[in-house]
Every structure is written in structure tokens, then in C-alpha cells.
Ligand binder design. Structure first.
Ligand SMILES: [Zn+2]
Length: 170
């Protein structure tokens, strides 16, 4: 079984139909869309049969499932990320305005307070999403692959079940 096949098995078992997602070659991540989400996986992950490849595949699929089953949290996360990005753009804009003598101190203070408030929420949501994806991925490997023993060894080595967060998004 390779990464692509494992992804298909998980999605099928979880009742996610093929018209709901598309598996594509790309940097490992999920591009969400309510009608047709895309799971991007590197070629070596799609074709790889090793434990690490299967873990990455299962992890990315798990992100999709996290959000399918927890749509409210996903939307909140999306809004927070959007706010964060917007605040950063305005911080940058304010630096440009500084050179034109139009710098606003009150806006800068407001944006900084906003960023200070949003950052821990965003980091918390990000960590939760990654942790939940790892937990799901580990369960799927135990359930569907023949790498159970390798997984047990790997988890023992890392002394935690957070395997992929440490590897980032590969
Ligand atoms: Zn992830």
C-alpha cells in the first residue's frame, strides 16, 4: 500500500465520497473547499510505501476530516488567520506611510494589541489541528497498514505521539 492508496482507503471508510475531494501532487497540505477539497501530497508520499510516507498521507487526510467533523472550529480558525493576515498587512502599510509622514501611532498601538491578542489563539488552534491530525493518522496506520510495529518503535523513539508536528508539513 502506498500513500495514495491509504488516503483513498481512509476517505472511503470515513464516508467521504470521491466527488468531495481530489488528490493532487504538490507540497503536502489540504486546500479546503466545501464542494471539492484538494489533498496535495508530494509524489514520493503518494507513491511511497514506507511508514513515514503513509504517516504524512494519513496526517493530511486527517486535516480534512478534522474540519469535516468540526466545521465551527475550522471557520473560527479561518477567521482568526484572516484577521492576523490583515493586521500584518496594515502594520506593513503603516511603515510605508511613515516615509510619507502619515504614520499613525494610535493605529500602530491598536494593531499591536490586536496581534498580541490574536497570536496565542491562532497558535493554540494551529497546535490543536496538528495534534488532532497526528492522533487520527496514528489510528489509521494502526488500523489499515502493516507498519504497526514500526509505528510503535517510532513513537517510543520520539517519546510522544506528536510525530508529524515536529516534521512540520514536510
Ligand atoms: Zn498538519
Amino acid at each position: 500500500m502506498n500513500g495514495a492508496e491509504l488516503a483513498q482507503i481512509i476517505l472511503k471508510e470515513e464516508g467521504i465520497g470521491e466527488n468531495h475531494y481530489e488528490i493532487k501532487v504538490g507540497r503536502s497540505r489540504v486546500v479546503y473547499n466545501k464542494i471539492n477539497s484538494q489533498i496535495h501530497l508530494k509524489t514520493e508520499v503518494l507513491e511511497g510505501t514506507g511508514l513515514e510516507h503513509l504517516l504524512i498521507s494519513a496526517h493530511e487526510v486527517s486535516h480534512l476530516l478534522n474540519n469535516e467533523t468540526n466545521f465551527k472550529t475550522y471557520h473560527f480558525f479561518k477567521i482568526i488567520k484572516y484577521m492576523y493576515g490583515t493586521a500584518l498587512v496594515f502594520v506593513g502599510l503603516n511603515i510605508v506611510l511613515y516615509f510619507f509622514g502619515l504614520f499613525s501611532l494610535s493605529l500602530t498601538i491598536f494593531l499591536n494589541i490586536l496581534l498580541i491578542l490574536i497570536t496565542p489563539i491562532m497558535v493554540g488552534l494551529y497546535k490543536k489541528d496538528e495534534r488532532d491530525a497526528d492522533k487520527r493518522a496514528i489510528n489509521y496506520i494502526q488500523k489499515y497498514s502493516n507498519h504497526k510495529n514500526d509505528l510503535a518503535t517510532l513513537m517510543k523513539e520520539r517519546e510522544a505521539n506528536l510525530i508529524l508536528v515536529l516534521m512540520m508539513e514536510y
